[in-house]
Ligand binder design. Structure first.
Ligand SMILES: [Zn+2]
Length: 249
């Protein structure tokens, strides 16, 4: 490879009938040229792809400046959890007699229908936790983390940081089996009659499991945590969080 260029040039020089001294100086000059050419070629080959990559974003930066942050292709994720807004208080409906567990109206209605249907099959679906404010999640994430002596990444596998829980949306619910309280909020819930019923029927009520085993999000398997995706708002809430954020309207 290195000899290709000089040979061609050397033949051309020889046909010019140069003297011995001139020839040797031509060879010397050619030798230097070969080294310089080789060095330049090597530099170009080695540097070109990296300098090209490094320079690529530069031209887009000035034109995209005002909306650059909003148009960022990376979704808002913290410790593997997507960001969610709190549900509007006016849309929350109680799904327990004591009013402790609430969901957004559409999800509440379907959940109650699901409870009735399961009941007729002899299965008791027990609502354990529905809507949570960011303040509630603050306690669950930080205080419980400290109580249990968990490190942040360990805590994030089983609980979302405040502002990043599906429970903020009012569309997510933790469900227990009324006849097997020992399985509440535990992976063993998957052996309960309630889970078996949910796995077979929840989709008919537009509920789906948020964190199946080995989910891409890296959150621990939570067979008890289900979310409602039966209308446009809930669907957007969960699936748009996974896509690039669009610029503000
Ligand atoms: Zn949950």
């Amino acid at each position: 490879m290195k000899d290709d260029i000089p040979e061609a040039r050397r033949e051309h020089s020889l046909t010019a009938k140069a003297s011995a001294g001139t020839r040797s100086s031509i060879f010397l000059g050619l030798g230097t040229a070969v080294i310089v050419l080789a060095a330049v070629s090597a530099w170009v080959i080695l540097r070109w792809p990296t300098s090209k990559t490094a320079q690529a974003p530069a031209p887009t930066a000035p034109t995209a400046a005002p909306s650059a942050v909003a148009a960022s292709p990376s979704p808002d994720i913290l410790l593997g959890h997507f960001a969610y807004k709190e549900a509007p208080q006016t849309d929350l409906k109680s799904i327990t007699p004591d009013g402790r567990v609430k969901l957004r109206a559409a999800a509440a209605q379907k959940f109650m229908a699901m409870v009735a249907s399961a009941q007729s099959a002899g299965v008791v679906l027990l609502p354990l936790s529905g809507y949570r404010s960011i303040q509630d999640q603050n306690y669950l994430f930080f205080d419980v983390k400290a109580e249990r002596g968990q490190v942040t990444t360990e805590r994030a596998q089983v609980s979302a940081p405040p502002g990043h829980s599906e429970h903020h949306t009012g569309y997510a619910i933790d469900i227990g089996d009324g006849s097997q309280p020992d399985t509440h909020l535990k992976p063993s819930f998957e052996t309960s009659a309630a889970f078996r019923w949910l796995a077979a029927n929840a989709a008919y009520y537009s509920f789906e499991l948020s964190f199946p085993a080995h989910n891409q999000q890296g959150v621990s398997y939570e067979p008890w945590h289900w979310r409602y995706v039966g209308n446009q708002d809930s669907l957007k809430t969960f699936y748009k969080a996974r896509q690039a954020k669009k610029p503000p309207d």
